[in-house]
Ligand binder design. Structure first.
Ligand SMILES: Nc1c(NC[C@H](O)[C@H](O)[C@H](O)CO)[nH]c(=O)[nH]c1=O
Ligand SMILES: CC(=O)[C@@H](O)COP(=O)(O)O
Length: 166
């Protein structure tokens, strides 16, 4: 099955003022998340954004950590990094679906985040996608977060929307 390696990538957005990113990493497969994080660092550097990194045990804990960090008000955007590889049971579906859905719900509440949690069948598939010189999914997730930060600054909260959403 052909992978979708050829796709259009937006140029990084112009960002007014400093951007503070937090990467929330689940190093369940540490070699994989190390590659993802390399990609995040390169994209953050290219955008002039600061980057802080924290770790959680697994992908299911990432959304909670993002929510906790967001309510501190210390970060402008978040990058979720993890790797979920199918095992023998249906737990794979739970981990993939619940982590991604929770991140989507955070985004819909106004949290600027990129999802770099790989959901794959094999370690080899993960390696290609985590490689900064390969599909660079980590860099892509960081770019996604930066685009949303730019949009959040384009449409700041108003008096009417203060207190709504994240
Ligand atoms: N199987 C994988 C997991 N499982 C662990 C869960 O994410 C979670 O930490 C646990 O259920 C306790 O709440 N996590 C991954 O990141 N990748 C996997 O392949
Ligand atoms: C994705 C998972 O949760 C997986 O690692 C669990 O493996 P298994 O389904 O064999 O218990």
């Amino acid at each position: 099955m052909a992978s979708n390696t050829q796709h259009h990538e937006l140029a990084l957005p112009r960002l007014d003022g400093p951007v503070r990113l937090l990467a929330v990493v689940a190093p369940y497969y540490k070699d994989i998340t190390d590659g993802l994080l390399q990609g995040v660092r390169a994209t953050a550097d290219a955008a002039g954004a600061s980057l802080e990194v924290i770790e959680v045990p697994g992908a299911l804990e990432i959304p909670t950590a993002v929510g906790l960090a967001h309510r501190s008000g210390q970060y402008d955007g978040f990058v979720a990094l993890g790797c979920v590889i199918r095992g023998e049971t249906t737990h794979y579906d739970t981990v993939c679906n619940d982590s991604s859905r929770a991140l989507t719900l955070l985004g819909l509440q106004g949290v600027c985040l990129g999802n770099g949690i790989l959901t794959v069948e094999t370690l080899a598939q993960a390696q290609v996608r985590a490689d900064p010189a390969g599909q660079n999914k980590g860099g892509g997730a960081a770019a996604a977060a930066l685009h949303l930060v730019a949009l959040a600054r384009r449409w700041p909260r108003t008096e009417q929307t203060q207190g709504q959403g994240a």
